[in-house]
Design a protein around this ligand. Structure first.
Ligand SMILES: [Zn+2]
Length: 308
């Protein structure tokens, strides 16, 4: 599978002008690094992502647009690789990562994680050079009506290196699996590490069912990242308190067009607007995280429910 994914990327960049020029442009994209209480964040100025950051995801707008993940609506140049008889692996034509994939279900069904979390683990296994991510319907997914994962090459998100020496409170420890809290005061995250697929699913479901869900929501709000390392799955669960931070709606000086999703939670903030890229500070990132992540108090309650 590893080779066929690379072949797909090579083939698509050769014959699809839009994808080729966007990946070419990504090579000269500007980034800067900010430290929020010792945690490293990168900020990427990526004008191509305006489509996603500013995407209208309310019910009406979704109903009125043609779904860009349905096979019938894909550009003629786009081809895919089948995965698990249910998905296709596609090259994302608006990349954040030097290698960026979108993996939609072959059917137009709502974005929901519970029944397909095992597929996410399978994808991390077959695409072992990639970090797989999932954005909940109100947590950065620009197609909440069409189930999909995304994947980006390893070595890009700062959280990968960070996790190596950033284990916080242990919540559950078993011989072949561990669930712990990310040691970060502003970015609430729970981490599962296990080489056992069934155990990983079990722990994920435990967290899932302990999370609170809003009345209008189809599932608890969350972003997920997972990858495989030394035969173990690493799963980062970022429960969310809010879809978009207040700076997204603000006017004038205070406005920052930032709509955080898994990639931002993984340590890379995307700004499609140049002014925002120039002015964003570590303090802004801290404020955004505090607004969109679960509060420390809510996190404590969550951990209590998980342990109960
Ligand atoms: Zn669709």
């Amino acid at each position: 599978m590893k080779n066929s994914i690379q072949q797909l990327i090579d083939e698509q960049l050769q014959r699809w002008e839009l994808a080729r020029s966007n990946y070419e442009a990504l090579k000269s994209v500007r980034t800067k690094e900010l430290s929020v209480d010792g945690h490293t964040y990168k900020v990427q100025f990526n004008p191509g992502r305006i489509v996603s950051s500013a995407a209208k995801v309310d019910k009406q707008s979704i109903k009125e647009r043609k779904c860009f993940l349905c096979t019938a609506n894909l550009p003629p140049q786009q081809s895919g690789l089948p995965f698990n008889n249910q998905y296709q692996i596609l090259v994302n034509p608006f990349p954040i990562f030097p290698k960026h994939l979108t993996v939609p279900d072959t059917n137009h069904v709502n974005q929901l994680i519970l029944e397909r979390f095992d597929d996410m683990l399978d994808l991390a296994e077959v695409a072992s050079d990639y970090v797989i991510f999932y954005n909940g319907p109100k947590c950065g997914a620009s197609a909440p009506d069409h189930a999909h994962f995304q994947a980006g090459n390893k070595g890009f998100l700062t959280i990968e290196a960070e996790l190596k020496n950033n284990k916080g409170e242990v919540i559950i420890e078993e011989p072949n699996a561990i669930l712990y809290k990310l040691n970060d005061n502003h970015r609430t995250g729970l981490i599962i590490e296990s080489a056992d697929k069934e155990k990983t699913i079990e722990l994920f479901e435990k967290v899932y069912h302990a999370l609170e869900k809003g009345n209008d929501d189809t599932e608890p709000m969350m972003n997920l990242l997972t990858w495989k390392e030394n035969d173990k799955w690493v799963v980062c669960i970022f429960p969310r308190a809010k879809h978009r931070p207040s700076c997204y709606e603000a006017e004038g000086e205070k406005k920052l067009l930032i709509s955080p999703a898994s990639v931002d939670m993984g340590g890379v903030f995307i700004t499609p607007v140049e002014e925002d890229f120039k002015k964003i500070t570590a303090k802004d990132i801290k404020t955004i995280l505090e607004e969109v992540c679960l509060s420390p108090k809510k996190c404590k309650e969550l951990i209590k429910r998980i342990k109960a």
